[in-house]
Design a protein around this ligand. Structure first.
Ligand code: AMP
Ligand code: GLY
Length: 434
């Protein structure tokens, strides 16, 4: 991808697909590479448009994106969100001979269908919760009435982080089934459901870059999926993350690699599925060891933000070399990084939009603080909100405590009507320190 005869730096045209904080962080990192000639984003947000050229094609419009890449001579494309991957964006690009980092439609089923992912895990001995799949509402109700609670009801298809409900009563579980299977609140994604055993423990995210049988781990991280402090309220796409996480110690990491990542790669090979891209294991670290809650076929959002903040060196070069099958060495920064998400009023159900955001420049001026945009847009001279998760306020620190103090000082400078954020991001890690 980037041949480098001595003394000459060759450059490439790069396209990033996606609109969120994860894509802003990717673009921020790629823009620092000496190998970038031109950098594009489809569609991006107000923060991204400061560093990448705006491409007015929706990430879901995969044929138009492939046509654009061909016409513009894009050398390398990186995909952020799951929806275009599950729809087959990689197949569309590869059909046209374009280089794109992400798994094919077939490989993306690991995220696109929970029933497929669970059957895959069972077949290849990957530790996960016991489960049953249902396509008929009455059969599912009967099963739930005969099971003990808590249990977890999950929509089979993509639901932007809102398709899993931990139910503490039979009534709640049946209500969730009704919402998914009868009322169709998640459309076709909820017509088939997975009902699974409730796992106790602490959650963590383990993401690796995969190219066939080769894989390279990224720094560890922990997300905060619930809307409110103390892990209360509904599940969201993620309200904040930090990296690294002490919940994954070196012993646990060895187990994750051996029992989860390597078994998954062996399984994919046996199934004849070539996987190239990011593979994300959402984990519960239980008393019996790490178990998989879900596989995603992309970087996590917000996990990508602190992870990318801590990877040293030229990330674009690492990505393109890895894409080509070369050995790469990703070095981790020794600092801690934290990301606190600011969300709009009404998120995750019905977020307000169009509110003017104030104080961004003041916050960004603070030392070791970075603000990655998510749901933002430009209106006249102002930056306004345009989605549920609006901003990712991030900071570095020599300790997690220092990073946390810095991020919350930055947060106090930012304001828009109805904004809210969690005050306890990172707190679960503190019990591991003296
Ligand atoms: P998922 O989309 O499968 O990752 O589920 C979203 C969230 O629901 C997870 O991050 C957990 O907080 C929770 N969850 C999912 N499955 C389970 C389970 N089997 N036991 C306990 N909590 C779960
Ligand atoms: N932060 C969770 C996810 O990206 O799925």
């Amino acid at each position: 991808m980037i041949p480098q005869p001595e003394g000459i730096i060759l450059t490439v045209k790069v396209l990033v697909v996606g609109n969120g904080g994860r894509e802003h962080a990717l673009i921020w990192r790629i823009a620092q590479s000496s190998h970038v000639k031109e950098l594009y984003c489809a569609k991006g947000n107000a923060g991204i448009w400061k560093i990448a050229k705006r491409v007015d094609i929706d990430p879901s419009n995969i044929t138009s994106l492939a046509e654009f890449a061909l016409k513009r001579g894009i050398d390398f494309t990186v995909v952020g969100p799951e929806a275009p991957l599950v729809e087959g964006i990689v197949d569309e690009f590869e059909k046209r001979g374009l280089c794109i980092f992400g798994p094919t439609k077939k490989a993306s089923k690991l995220e696109g269908s929970k029933a497929f992912a669970k059957a895959f895990m069972k077949k290849y001995g990957i530790p996960t919760a016991d489960y049953k799949v249902f396509e008929d509402y009455q059969t599912a109700v009967k099963y739930i009435k005969n099971s003990s609670v808590p249990l977890v009801v999950k929509a089979d298809g993509l639901a932007a982080g809102k398709g899993a409900v931990v139910c503490f009563s039979h009534e709640e579980a049946i209500k969730t089934l009704e919402n998914f299977m009868i009322k169709g609140v998640l459309g076709s994604a909820g017509k088939r459901v997975v009902v699974e055993e409730y796992l106790e423990g602490e959650e963590a995210s383990y993401i690796v870059m995969v190219n066939g049988e080769k894989y390279v781990p990224l720094p560890t991280s922990q997300d905060h999926k619930r809307l409110l402090d103390g892990d209360k309220g509904p599940n969201t796409g993620g309200m904040g993350a930090y990296s690294p996480t002490p919940i994954i110690d070196s012993y646990t990491e060895k187990r994750i690699r051996k029992e989860i990542i390597e078994r998954a790669l062996t399984g994919l090979k046996k199934e004849g599925i070539y996987f190239r891209g990011f593979l994300y294991a959402g984990l519960m670290i239980t008393s019996e060891g790490p178990k998989v809650l879900e596989f995603n076929v992309r970087l996590g959002d917000p996990e990508a933000q602190p992870i990318l903040m801590r990877i040293k060196g030229d990330f674009l070069k690492a990505l393109t070399d890895f894409y080509e099958g070369k050995e790469i060495n990703l070095e981790e920064d020794r600092s801690w990084a934290i990301d606190v998400v600011i969300a709009s009023k009404g998120y995750p159900v019905n977020p307000e939009k169009g509110k003017v955001i104030k104080g961004l420049e003041e916050a960004e001026k603070l030392e070791k603080v970075i603000v990655f945009h998510a749901g933002t847009d430009i209106k006249g001279e102002s930056i306004i909100t345009s989605g549920g998760r609006v901003l990712n306020v991030c900071a570095y620190g020599d300790t997690l405590k220092e990073a946390k103090e810095r991020v919350y000082s930055a947060l106090s400078l930012i304001h828009f009507e109805g904004m809210h954020y969690r005050k306890d991001i990172g707190d679960k890690a503190f019990k591991y320190f003296d």
